[in-house]
Design a binder for this molecule. Structure first.
Ligand SMILES: Nc1ncnc2c1ncn2[C@@H]1O[C@H](COP(=O)(O)OP(=O)(O)OP(=O)(O)O)[C@@H](O)[C@H]1O
Ligand SMILES: O=P(O)(O)OC[C@H]1O[C@H](OP(=O)(O)OP(=O)(O)O)[C@H](O)[C@@H]1O
Ligand SMILES: [Mg+2]
Length: 286
């Protein structure tokens, strides 16, 4: 096999650090941040291209890159023929309509006949059409939140995460039109070799994600509580139960989903568990 996967990542921005970190956790090494716009991995058949995020869906559609990481918002806005193959769980944000804080808001019909500034004319246009609202969309490529204060528009439609950019520009969020996170997109016409490499990469990504969502749990319990605790901690197949040096006690080892841990911990303690340790997992393969 001598194919090399070409993977497009955002050069520098809200997706970059988490994208680089993901490949690091997948054990795929490459240099970045040196001003180079291309980098070959030293231990996986992949070449990385560092690009503006808006350009990534187009490169993936054209097959210049086989895979790319972008926000769902950009993938939908650019409407390119690419396949979403995995959600990555980072760069979570929403696309929202916001208006000056002092303005009353009775609902979307308040936007009728108004001007809305956005970098997402397609997403906003479809949303307004669905909702039956007629407004004028002004496309601008950045610093959208400034638009109302310079008289360019009465409202904006832009990315919101903490809400601090809206706050510092005197705006309030009134309607969320789209929720987004980083996704892995692929060229749908990849050859078999590249598809096989993509499968290998996905296998690693899923192992890293599963490890993040789960914890290794170790506890001590009296033997007569083991059956009940095992029901609360089924693990990947079944918990490991080992005798302690103290007569009548065992150590229980299992894997638990992070959310289930907080839901079940009181019941686990009430069943008699003591000395509970919760340990991060580095990789998890089912
Ligand atoms: N504040 C935020 N919190 C979380 N995710 C965000 C935030 N802002 C943007 N994103 C997500 O990250 C993506 C990239 O955002 P960024 O602001 O880096 O884009 P950009 O300025 O267009 O970058 P580029 O220079 O590559 O064109 C967005 O499309 C969105 O999916
Ligand atoms: O709700 P918040 O947490 O304030 O985040 C929202 C802001 O983050 C993004 O911009 P970014 O800071 O990435 O700068 P950019 O406009 O240069 O892309 C986005 O365009 C918003 O302006
Ligand atoms: Mg961009």
């Amino acid at each position: 096999m001598n194919s090399v996967l070409r993977i497009a990542l955002q050069k520098s921005g809200r997706l970059s650090e988490d994208s680089y970190q993901l490949f690091k956790e997948c054990g795929i090494r490459f240099d970045y941040g040196t001003g180079k716009l291309k980098s070959i991995s030293s231990n996986f058949p992949a070449e990385f291209l560092f690009l503006r995020d808006d350009d990534i869906p187009g490169y993936v559609e054209d097959g210049v890159a086989d895979l790319g990481i972008v926000g769902e918002n950009v993938a939908v806005e650019t409407a390119r023929q690419v396949q979403t193959i995995h959600k990555l769980g980072f760069s979570k944000c929403r696309l929202s309509i916001a208006i000056p804080r002092g303005t009353d808001w009775a609902g979307l019909s308040d936007l009728e006949g108004k001007n809305i500034a956005t970098s997402y004319p397609n997403l906003l246009g479809s949303y307004l059409a669905e909702q039956g609202v007629q407004a004028t969309i002004h496309e601008i490529s950045g610093s959208v939140e400034i638009a109302p204060s310079i008289g360019l528009a009465e409202a904006v439609c832009d990315i919101v995460s903490s809400g601090s950019t809206l706050l510092s520009n005197g705006l309030k969020e009134v309607e969320t039109i789209f929720r987004s996170e980083a996704i892995l997109i692929a060229n749908p016409q990849m050859n078999n070799e590249r598809q096989a490499l993509t499968e290998q990469l996905l296998f690693r990504i899923k192992a890293v994600q599963a490890a993040k969502n789960n914890k290794y749990i170790v506890l001590n319990a009296p033997n007569d509580a083991i059956a009940q605790i095992a029901r609360l901690l089924p693990g990947m197949k079944a918990p490991t139960v080992m005798p302690l040096a103290t007569e009548g006690w065992s150590s229980v080892h299992s894997v638990i989903n992070e959310n289930a841990f907080w839901e079940n911990i009181e019941a686990i303690r009430a069943a008699g568990a003591e000395g509970i340790l919760v340990i991060p997992i580095e990789k998890m393969i089912n």
